[in-house]
Design a protein around this ligand. Sequence first.
Ligand SMILES: Cc1cc2nc3c(=O)[nH]c(=O)nc-3n(C[C@H](O)[C@H](O)[C@H](O)COP(=O)(O)OP(=O)(O)OC[C@H]3O[C@@H](n4cnc5c(N)ncnc54)[C@H](O)[C@@H]3O)c2cc1C
Length: 455
Amino acid sequence: MTSLMVFTRDLRVDDNPALFAAGSQGPLSCLFVMDDKFVASRRWSPRRQTFLLQCLTDLDASLKQLGACLEVVPGCWSQEVQRRAIELDATSIHVSEDYSFYAQQRLNSLETWCRDNDIVLCKHPGTTVVPPEHIQPSGGGEYKVFTPYWRSWLRAPKRALVGPPTSLPGASPQRRRCSLSSNDHSASTPIGGESHGRRHLQNWLNNELANYVDKRDYPGMDVTSKLSPYLHFGCISPLRLVELAGNTPGSEPFIRQVAWRDFFAQILNAHPKASWQDYRERGDVWNYDDQAYKSWVAGNTGFPLVDAGMRQLNTEGFMPNRVRMVTASFLVKDLHQDWRLGADYFMSQLIDGDIASNYLNWQWVAGTGTDSNPHRTLNPTTQAERFDRDGRYIQRWVPELSALTPTQTINPPLATRQKIGYPSPIVDHHHQVELFKQRRLSANPSGNTPNNSAN
Ligand SMILES: Cc1cc2nc3c(=O)[nH]c(=O)nc-3n(C[C@H](O)[C@H](O)[C@H](O)COP(=O)(O)OP(=O)(O)OC[C@H]3O[C@@H](n4cnc5c(N)ncnc54)[C@H](O)[C@@H]3O)c2cc1C
């Protein structure tokens, strides 16, 4: 009766239903496959890889304390899982549910293989607070609009938390493994793993949660939790997070953001192709202007808030939510470039790069996704006036502007730009946004599509 526990995006021992179930059935072996498909992808960020290796090292140490260990093998996910199951003569395989197109595909193919080989495949919750299929609108399908989803999410029964197993009977010594060391770590990037994640979480809840509601949109204040990479790799259970935060006053706006993560997971679960296809088809015709795209990537557009965000992304693999919205809106609504280009670029840089949250937020901004107002545009200058009034965030990431007054920092006069070597705006915002609206309206005069109903 040996079980195989396959870790994916649930790299923790606390509140991991898959691990808990596998460990309670007798001897187990723990496996993580460093999937060739990700490592070879141009969307795979080296910083994300470093963070992942740190998560695996930490998980291995925790498993060893419980009597097991983690085997990490490179290769094709399905083949490696099957090979290990055969080697162990496993009677069951335990894995956490996941929702992207590729995750669903590889889980489905494993399910078929298990059925043919008389092995029980047990899929467990744990990557979201509320699993996608647990709440649905009255007409069925997925929720397309966040507010009604949020109301159902709050009411939905939550599963019971499970603590770490008290001991794990290891099945057999570890086989080969990849090197888990990496030199690619800088002081400004977070350290991966459940132990660091839990410390970081506790610290943040104790010191910053109270400021969250008033300050979360102001990038210069830097008060948000920065838990996104820990949530992406499952170093922290999202349910545990909600439980811990829920005991702290003023937590609702924060928990609401965590529910956005579940919201996008349930959309992706229902429409796995939404990571590359319009969720609501708008018939857009995109520009492919390499020069403009390169200026956006490098943070040289002449719009200080956009440039600050892109430079932070390129340096740290992180960008605050408000700035992600502004930079994404700029690429789509000002430069008329395909949201997929921008989303892929974000994936190639972000440590927290996550299929559901990244691609569906890009679609939200592009107006092809779940925003009930698809014509929304964000003016990068007025956004800076509202959310970076003192220019602190911009000056941190665009040092050319650091000696200017706040007003000049947000929108430097042309003569000043020339003097300090900062580019002039590469487009006229108002003109471009008007053009974008006209192009979209002429592609889709009713402004509506069959998929446009609001749940
Ligand atoms: C264009 C664009 C791309 C994005 N790409 C990603 C991505 O690849 N990975 C990712 O985790 N988030 C993504 N987000 C959502 C959000 O920007 C980040 O989750 C957030 O900035 C992470 O910082 P934090 O942990 O300090 O957030 P906090 O404000 O502290 O929020 C707590 C947690 O709630 C979740 N959350 C917050 N906002 C959102 C949101 N809008 N959508 C989904 N979940 C949310 C995250 O898990 C976050 O860690 C994207 C947003 C936009 C607009």
